[in-house]
Design a protein around this ligand. Structure first.
Ligand SMILES: Nc1nc2c(ncn2[C@@H]2O[C@H](COP(=O)(O)OP(=O)(O)OP(=O)(O)O)[C@@H](O)[C@H]2O)c(=O)[nH]1
Length: 309
């Protein structure tokens, strides 16, 4: 069998290049686009005849302003081009993902070939990206489910312990004082008895919303179980934690809970513990706050109690 002539092979390759869904082209050593298929030109928002023989920076300027093609998100296109030029030809092979203005995604590869030419090849990865985004969203939802109490939107006991443990050891290393408030709603059983479990739930929701509004972003709030909560206040000393505890106590007492056309009051007892050399682990500080909570309850409820370790 006689070999297929080179011209015939070249014709077949060119047909393939124009029929493929992928995008490909060649930039020369001066960064002029000397060869491409229609798909690559479209990726730059240009028809093939307008894309060919244009320099990379001209193509990018056009693409930035064009309604279609690669989504170049920048307010400073000249700086963007300088940055891109620093990366182009810095390695033999580069690959990166980018989105298009119509929402699709492509994987762009740049292969440095002979005489500083760049062979660019891009393929559609929209389905892969969709799948990745879905997985990311689902794993974020799962993380929230595992770490947040759905009724009160506070951390679950386990997550609170983990976060508080980490924060306490960071504060100990940096010689920063932390306060832990252990809070328990008073006579909660009576609320359930009087207003039903749903009324009790409403009180828990109302209370937790109130405390979250009064705290800083980096304070940690967890529901330890039932009607018991803990708050870790990093960088908070004794006098500030007493002020915060009193504010939480008084606002809880003052803000009535509205439920099915009626309203009722709740109150809380609070045990305060401050971190120190004798009280630096999560177990030690929780234990001290728990003992102090017990004393606040024993002293008549609707109050806070503080003692040193
Ligand atoms: N509505 C509702 N009630 C809950 C929830 N978790 C626990 N409870 C109820 O909370 C009540 C807590 O009662 P106790 O431990 O006796 O405490 P208390 O009545 O608040 O009394 P003191 O803490 O001593 O002031 C129990 O009746 C639990 O069933 C919940 O998620 N929702």
């Amino acid at each position: 069998m006689s070999p297929i002539p080179q011209e015939h092979i070249q014709k077949i390759i060119f047909q393939g290049i124009n029929l493929t869904d992928d995008c490909l082209g060649v930039f020369d050593d001066k960064d002029m686009l000397v060869f491409c298929n229609e798909n690559l030109a479209r990726l730059f928002g240009l028809p093939i005849e307008k894309a060919l023989n244009k320099y990379f920076d001209e193509i990018i300027r056009h693409c930035h302003a064009a309604p279609g093609g690669i989504n170049i998100e920048t307010d400073d296109i000249e700086q963007w081009i300088i940055d891109a030029n620093q990366k182009r030809r810095s390695q033999c092979f580069r690959a990166f993902e980018t989105d298009l203005k119509d929402g699709r995604w492509v994987l762009v590869t740049e292969q440095l070939v002979e005489d500083q030419h760049i062979f660019m090849y891009c393929s559609d990865i929209t389905d892969k990206k969709k799948y990745e985004f879905e997985i990311k969203k689902k794993s974020e939802e799962l993380f929230t489910l595992a770490t947040t109490d759905s009724l009160t939107q506070t951390y679950t006991r386990r997550h609170f312990y983990q976060q508080a443990e980490r924060e306490l050891s960071r504060c100990h290393r940096e010689d920063i004082t932390c306060a832990l408030l252990m809070i328990d709603l008073d006579y909660f059983k009576k609320i359930n008895d009087q207003y039903g479990h749903a009324g009790g739930d409403k009180a828990l929701e109302h209370f937790s919303k109130g405390i979250r509004q009064q705290l800083r972003e980096h304070d940690l709030v967890g529901r330890l179980g039932g009607e018991e909560f803990a708050i870790l206040l990093p960088g908070t000393d004794k006098s500030t934690s007493i002020q915060i505890a009193e504010r939480l106590r008084s606002t809880t007492e003052e803000n009535t809970v509205s439920y099915r056309g009626t309203s009722f009051n709740i109150s809380v007892s609070i045990g305060i513990a401050i971190s120190s050399n004798n009280c630096k682990t999560i177990d030690q500080i929780m234990c001290l706050a728990d003992n102090n909570l017990y004393k606040a309850k024993a002293n008549g409820r609707n109050q806070f109690y503080h003692s040193n370790a």
